[in-house]
Each structure stands twice: as structure tokens, then as C-alpha cells.
Design a protein around this ligand. Structure first.
Ligand SMILES: Nc1ncnc2c1ncn2[C@@H]1O[C@H](COP(=O)(O)OP(=O)(O)O)[C@@H](O)[C@H]1O
Ligand SMILES: [Mg+2]
Length: 369
């Protein structure tokens, strides 16, 4: 829900107990979007946000402003920023850059411990589907990949039928590479083709290294040095991991989300099964999504339909008609928008907002951009 009110006065110095109470009070007012308009995710049907806007319209500044304020306002909330362009840096963040020579990795082969929706077989299916989409594999290669992934898990002593094996150290892409190379040596032609397809993925090494832990309150995963298809695999894997782990933690009682996942320039994640799952089920488990893109084509129908907060920044002229229809704003209003001016929907209500950009919120020199 949004509300218009004056900016609250600064809180006086308080004792620890009073401080927590004051923080809860501050949180109940939500966060300032701009011009006296506050956004309070816990009063909306869900806390998901979808933003659309052409290059230079203000998507990045809007997302950074929301992330910055959520981080300041909700002390128990974790923020995970998936950064395809490398420009989402925020004060107070812990950043994991993923590239050829970085020490950090992501392991798409981690195992979801949910007895009904987890285990190595389902993980292998999800990973094979992600690689198929990102690297444009055919059905034969996808089938072979599934078989090889099954062997990788088995060699680690992990089987679908024995749940007690799911907590063993999972294989990673170094194991996948070794397994494929073994098959090539044995003369398997399809494996040779599969190896060719995966060579660049193996060369970057980001899926071969130990995965970093998502333990800090404000984490940015910088994917800008990766080819888009590898960034997409990493992002899909992280999003699925977040949804799986929130599911395992169970439903939240508080209306305040545990975690916010931010994805700017989400083009690479159009038709992402993980994002569709987060949009549908994330709220119950305390996982919310903020997604921005240049075109409505990159946002799935599930994402568009289910996000209670929708932000329309200036879009390309060829997008105006479709965006106006999909976001239910008058065409002339959408066409007349200027950078950092947004038509917003908060549940059933609509409002035009002058966004206060991130660069105007941080202290002088505080933005390490
Ligand atoms: N540090 C800054 N100082 C002044 N203006 C800025 C700064 N960063 C961005 N802007 C301006 O804010 C507007 C929105 O930029 P941005 O959020 O990066 O757009 P988008 O992400 O949609 O491409 C642009 O007009 C840009 O020139
Ligand atoms: Mg941007």
C-alpha cells in the first residue's frame, strides 16, 4: 500500500530495546519512493515489484533506491542483487564478482533437500533444462546431459531413493567435465558434441569452484564479466536455490519478507522457471522479487500478472501501446513520461511518482559507483 505523508523526523538516540521498537515503527511506514509517496510491501497482497523502462529511463536508479531503503528500514531482511550489468553497487554491500579468474563460484548441482520436490534426479532435470535453454541444445544433447549428471551424482554416492545421501558433498561442473571427457575417450561421439557445447562453460570455471555462501544481509552477485548465457545459468541457479531454501524454512508468520531478490535487466531470465515459482509461491515463504526490464517481452505473464507493485518508466515508443495495455495505464500518460517519472500500481491503486533516485539518497561521495 502506498501513502502520502511528510518525511518522518529523525529518531532520537535510543537504548537497544527502544531502538528495535523505533525500527519496527519506521518499517511500518514503509519506504520513500519519491515526492512523499511511501511504499509498504507488507500492506500489499504481495511484495513483488516489476519495473519497465527504456535505457536511461531510471530502472537502475529506482531499483537501487528501493534496495537501499529496504536495507536501511528492515534490519532483519536479506537482499540478494543479481547484477547483469555491473552497475547495481550499493553502500554496505558484500559483492561476489563471478568471472574467469574470480575465486567465487555457483554450483547448479547443489541438492534441494525437500523430500517431495528435491533430490538429485529433479536437480539434474532442472539443470539440464537450464543449460538446454541457455546454450541452445537439442533434445538428444539434453537427454545425454541428464544421463551424465545422474552418473555424477552416483559417483558421489548420492541417489534419489536414499534421502540420507542427499546431504553428501554434491558434484560440480568439474565432475561433469571429467565424466564427459571419460565418455569421449571411450569413443562416444555424442559426448564429443556435448563437450564442444559446454567448452566455454567449463573454461570460465564459475560452476567448478566452491560456491559462496549467501550469508550477508546485502549481497551483490556481479555477473557483468560473463557472457550473457553463462550469467543466465548462474542467475537461474541462484534464484532456484533461494526459492528451494525458503521453501525448506517453511511459511513465514510475519508479513515482512525474509529476503528480496533484485534483478535488473532481466532479459536473460525471460521464461525462467525459478522466477515464475518465486512470483507464485515466494510470498508465503518470505521471498520477494524485484524485476526490471526494457521490454514487456522479457517479463513472463506470471510475473506481470502476479506482482502487486508495477512501475512504468518511460518506454521506447514502439512499446507504448503494449505497455499501456498490459499495465493498464492510458497510452498518452505512458508516452508522456520523462526519466525518473513513473506510473505506479500498488495493488489496486495507481499513482504518478517522481522517483528520488539512489544517487540523491546516498551521502556525498558515499556512492562508490
Ligand atoms: N550519478 C548520477 N548523477 C546524475 N544523474 C544520474 C546518475 N546516475 C544516473 N543518472 C541519470 O538518471 C537517469 C536514469 O538512469 P538509470 O537508472 O541508469 O537508467 P536505466 O537503468 O533505465 O538505463 C538517467 O537520465 C541518467 O542520466
Ligand atoms: Mg540500468
Amino acid at each position: 500500500m502506498f501513502s502520502r505523508k511528510e518525511k518522518p523526523l529523525p529518531v532520537a538516540v535510543l537504548k537497544p530495546g527502544e531502538k528495535i521498537q523505533a525500527e519496527n515503527d519506521a518499517a511500518s511506514q514503509g519506504i520513500l519512493l519519491g515526492q512523499g509517496v511511501y511504499w509498504t510491501p507488507e500492506r500489499l497482497p504481495n511484495g513483488h515489484v516489476v519495473a519497465i523502462g527504456a535505457s536511461g529511463s531510471g530502472k537502475t536508479q529506482t531499483l537501487k533506491a528501493i534496495a537501499y531503503e529496504l536495507h536501511r528500514t528492515y534490519p532483519a531482511m536479506q537482499l540478494v542483487i543479481i547484477d547483469f550489468h555491473g552497475d547495481q553497487n550499493l553502500q554496505g554491500e558484500v559483492c561476489y564478482p563471478l568471472h574467469m579468474s574470480s575465486a567465487y563460484g555457483v554450483n547448479p548441482l547443489y541438492i534441494n533437500l525437500d523430500p517431495e520436490g528435491g533430490g538429485p534426479n529433479l536437480q539434474a532435470i532442472a539443470v539440464a533444462a537450464t543449460l538446454k535453454k541457455a546454450l541452445q541444445m537439442g533434445p538428444v544433447q539434453e537427454g545425454l546431459l541428464l544421463e551424465v549428471l545422474g552418473d555424477c551424482y552416483r559417483h558421489k554416492g548420492i541417489t534419489q531413493s536414499d534421502e540420507s545421501t542427499w546431504t553428501k558433498a554434491p558434484p560440480n561442473f568439474a565432475d561433469l567435465q571429467a565424466e564427459i571427457e571419460q565418455r569421449v575417450k571411450e569413443g562416444c561421439k555424442d559426448s564429443a558434441k556435448l563437450k564442444l557445447k559446454l567448452n566455454a562453460t567449463f573454461a570460465y570455471g564459475i560452476f567448478n569452484r566452491p560456491a559462496f555462501l549467501l550469508k550477508h544481509r546485502l549481497v551483490r552477485v556481479d555477473l557483468c564479466k560473463l557472457p550473457p548465457e553463462l550469467g543466465a545459468i548462474a542467475a537461474e541457479s541462484l534464484a532456484k536455490y533461494l526459492m528451494d531454501t525458503h521453501w525448506l524454512q517453511g511459511e513465514v508468520e510475519s508479513k515482512i519478507p525474509r529476503t528480496y531478490l533484485f534483478i535488473d535487466e532481466a532479459k536473460e531470465m525471460a521464461k525462467s522457471p525459478a522466477l515464475d515459482r518465486i512470483i507464485a509461491d515466494g510470498r508465503k515463504y518470505g521471498l520477494n522479487l524485484v524485476l526490471a526490464s526494457q521490454s514487456e517481452r522479457h517479463l513472463s505473464a506470471d510475473v506481470l500478472g502476479n506482482a502487486a507493485t508495477k512501475i512504468v518508466l518511460p518506454v521506447d515508443q514502439v512499446e507504448v501501446k503494449k505497455v499501456a495495455a498490459k499495465f493498464r495505464f492510458a497510452e498518452q500518460k505512458v508516452a508522456a513520461l520523462l526519466p525518473l517519472t513513473a506510473l505506479c500500481r500498488f495493488g489496486k491503486q495507481a499513482e504518478q511518482v517522481e522517483i528520488l533516485p539512489y544517487y540523491q539518497r546516498v551521502a556525498e561521495g558515499g556512492d562508490d559507483a
